[in-house]
Design a protein. Sequence first.
Length: 70
Amino acid sequence: MAMMFNKDPFITAQVIELVLRERESALSAREWKHRLAGYGYAIKDTDHGQVVETLPHHVEIGVLPAEMSA
C-alpha cells in the first residue's frame, strides 16, 4: 500500500519536472531510470500510468504525463 509522500503540489511538480528533464537528457529509458536512481527516485509501471516513487521505500510521489511512457 503506497501513500503520497508529499501532498504539496509545488514539491510534486518540481519532482516531476526533474524526472522529465532527466528523460530529455538520457539516451535510453534504461539510462533515464539509472539517472533517477542517483537522485533517489524510481519509475513504477501501474494500471494508471507510470508513477514516480522514492527509493528505497517506494513511496509514490506522482503520476507522469501519459506522453512520457518509456
